[in-house]
Design a protein around this ligand. Structure first.
Ligand SMILES: Nc1ncnc2c1ncn2[C@@H]1O[C@H](COP(=O)(O)OP(=O)(O)OP(=O)(O)O)[C@@H](O)[C@H]1O
Ligand SMILES: [Mg+2]
Length: 300
């Protein structure tokens, strides 16, 4: 196995459901020790990607390697080494949660149920309750405990915080950071933009079956910076904005619009040689950036 290579390596992955394209020609690497967020509108292809990677769905074409192993031929070995929380997690309704989790733990060949008990305490999950009697959020917690209880090095989760209250979400993020500090690799889909911003190292955004962006969160934050719009009293030469850190410049006659990824002072000093009629500065949040992929076809 490739110790330094990506933990998950996806190449040209395509999954069609008959005539419906689930995902198209997806390339994505997930590295050891990172938390990768997976964003995209409903029906974009997140669950399809996850399930195809785990060989729970048969791919149409392409290749997935996990721990350097082939996702199809070595699927049993791979599954043994992965914690997985499906989006539609469900268990036997009539049994106590502890009984079910212990059973699942034994299936994966692990005996020590200490971590399971500890996780349940941490997330305030009552293991004595019948699964069927749990609220939605508590069922989700059972799913989370299930995904982490065997201490696997790679955890793949489809919308892990769906149904968790804000306090539990925060507890979960803290837990994820601790897991990362221990070298775990986490790949998780989400619809909570703030969650991806807060907890993930990188984000992959998918829309209409195709990957749109893969970027580091801190790099995105830096890039987001501020949007500056200036209106001058006459037409402006775009070369005025020839400044390092001024990006995405759009000049239309007397108006200029740009993203400021440098010291604002530099820009202000440069434009002050010209007559300014109007000026506005808007801080662009990562949320807004993410949203463009939800609302604007072909955006980004
Ligand atoms: N079993 C299936 N049969 C046919 N089409 C499917 C099937 N499962 C998914 N699809 C289609 O594949 C595309 C991707 O769906 P997928 O469930 O992967 O999206 P998603 O990003 O997980 O969405 P959500 O955010 O709603 O969970 C959609 O067009 C969907 O209708
Ligand atoms: Mg889904």
């Amino acid at each position: 196995m490739t110790e330094n290579g990506p933990v998950i390596e996806i190449r040209g992955l395509t999954k069609n459901y008959g005539d419906v394209v689930g995902i198209k020609d997806l390339d994505l690497n997930i590295h050891r020790g990172e938390i990768m967020g997976f964003l995209g509108p409903n029906g974009a292809g997140k669950t399809t990607t996850i399930r195809t990677c785990l060989d729970l769905l048969q791919k149409t074409s392409g290749e997935v390697r996990i721990f350097g192993l082939d996702s199809h031929h070595d699927s049993i070995e791979i599954r043994r080494r992965i914690g997985y929380l499906p989006g539609d997690f469900g268990m036997y309704n009539d049994l106590p949660v502890r009984t079910i989790l212990r059973y699942l733990l034994s299936l994966s060949g692990y005996e020590d149920d200490g971590p399971m008990e500890e996780l349940a305490r941490r997330f305030a999950l009552d293991l004595d309750k019948r699964y069927g009697s749990l609220s939605k959020g508590n069922r989700q917690k059972a799913g989370i405990v299930q995904a982490f209880m065997a201490g696997q090095e790679l955890i793949i989760m489809d919308e892990p915080t769906a149904g968790l209250d804000p306090l539990m979400q925060q507890e979960f993020y803290e837990f994820l950071r601790e897991e990362r500090a221990e070298g775990k690799t986490i790949f998780m889909s989400s619809h909570i933009l703030a969650e991806v911003e807060e907890v993930c190292d990188r984000v992959a955004i998918i829309r209409d079956a195709e990957l749109q962006v893969v970027e580091r969160i801190d790099a995105l934050k830096e890039k987001m910076g501020k949007t500056l719009e200036i209106e001058f009293d006459k037409e402006i030469d775009p070369s005025v904005f020839d400044i390092r850190g001024v990006e995405g410049l759009e000049v239309d006659g007397r108006r200029a619009r740009m993203i400021i990824a440098c010291d604002l002072d530099q820009v202000v000093k440069r434009v002050s040689e010209h007559n300014i009629v109007n000026m506005s500065l808007e801080t662009f949040s990562l949320d807004q950036f993410f949203m463009t992929y939800y609302s604007r076809p072909g955006g980004g």
